[in-house]
Design a protein around this ligand. Structure first.
Ligand code: NI
Length: 133
């Protein structure tokens, strides 16, 4: 019985649509990504942020940022990319980057489930356990 419920919950997770606006209303912290979907070993995450993140890279993982609300810039060591609503950017593995937002933004991330969002950098912003919303 319990097993059946667990299986039902497991399957329903992938069979229900997700409303981004509703999900973004469920949290307000900055720099704390929340998982909203999972497929093929990848996580779909939502995050809000404002200000400067830490410089970091991901040795093994590419990371996708889709701007849902607002605009921010992705700084690289040799250039900067401005991201506006409806635009996305893929940061290749091994490339140092730092997101910076003058005003609060809402962003969707797509990346491998095990990724550490600050890479090997330990910072007060590092989140070790990523939660679902
Ligand atoms: Ni990153």
């Amino acid at each position: 019985m319990v097993f059946g419920v667990v299986v039902a919950v497991w399957y329903s997770r992938g069979m229900e649509k997700v409303n981004l606006r509703t999900k973004f209303e469920l949290f307000s912290e900055h720099w704390k990504p929340k998982v909203v979907g999972e497929l093929n070993g990848q996580h779909v995450k939502l995050v809000k942020f404002q200000g400067e993140f830490v410089w970091h890279d991901h040795k093994e993982e590419d990371e996708m940022f889709l701007e849902v609300r607002g605009s921010f810039r992705m700084e690289f060591r040799d250039r900067t990319v401005e991201l506006r609503e409806g635009e996305f950017l893929i940061v290749p593995r091994g490339v140092e980057h730092r997101p910076v937002a003058e005003e609060e933004v809402a962003v969707m991330l797509f990346e491998p489930a095990g990724i550490k969002h600050t890479g090997d950098v330990e910072s007060e912003l590092t989140v070790r356990k990523i939660e679902w919303v």
